[in-house]
Write a protein that binds this ligand. Structure first.
Ligand code: AR6
Length: 181
């Protein structure tokens, strides 16, 4: 577990399972259909139950780089923010911009719904193939920039699945240096 203060907010890294988080919202690494899948998406729909899928159906999809919000169903979190990251090809198909947008639009939704705490998985780094270290840099930088301008979000937690992912995020955050905060 690692924790840094950014402005008046807290950014933390934990190793664990996103479905168990007690933040106001958890973020899903979804696809454009919003109809479920494997990885985080499968785990969130299993734990959240039919209410989450029903709301996703009504929304009817979401473009890459955007996000949509539903209730949390049976989850501890009151909301699920479904964000769609890019399918990684070679890094020259706007993948960095689209990953940045997925984080930023998720945080915008949280802010507009007056949510104080949000947990993110490492969007894009599973089935979609985004290299972990590059994704970690984008995730941490985008959240940091956002928190500096949005102190109404008190806490952002990255929930990394497994020690390898956790260590990469930890290394990237540690290497950022004090001027980063
Ligand atoms: N909690 C936190 N992180 C997890 C969990 C969990 N329970 N399970 C897996 N991860 P992925 P993507 C990590 O594939 O790459 C789905 O089918 C995992 O180790 O879930 O954005 C969707 O429907 C990895 O580092 O999401 C889409 O079609 C990270 O979460 C597609 O996959 C993201 O892996 C989205 O692919």
């Amino acid at each position: 577990m690692m924790k840094v203060t950014i402005g008046r907010s807290i950014l933390e890294l934990v190793e664990g399972d996103i479905t168990l988080q007690d933040t106001d919202a958890i973020v899903n690494a979804a696809n454009t259909t919003l109809l479920g899948g494997g990885g985080v998406d499968g785990a969130i729909h299993r734990a959240g139950g039919p209410q989450v899928l029903e709301e996703c159906r009504k929304i009817g999809g979401c473009p890459t780089g955007e996000a949509r919000i539903t209730a949390g169903g049976c989850l501890k979190a009151r909301y699920v923010i479904h964000a769609v990251g890019p399918v990684y090809k070679d890094g020259r198909h706007r993948e960095p911009e689209l990953l940045t947008d997925a984080y930023r639009t998720s945080l915008d939704l949280a802010s507009r719904h007056k949510l104080e705490s949000v947990a993110f998985p490492s969007i894009g780094t599973g089935a979609y193939g985004y290299p972990m270290e590059a994704a970690a840099r984008i995730a941490l930088t985008t959240v940091r920039e956002y928190l500096k301008g949005h102190p109404e979000i008190r806490r952002v937690r990255f929930v990394l699945f497994g020690e390898t992912a956790y260590k990469v995020y930890e290394r990237v955050l540690q290497s950022a240096g004090p001027e980063w905060l």
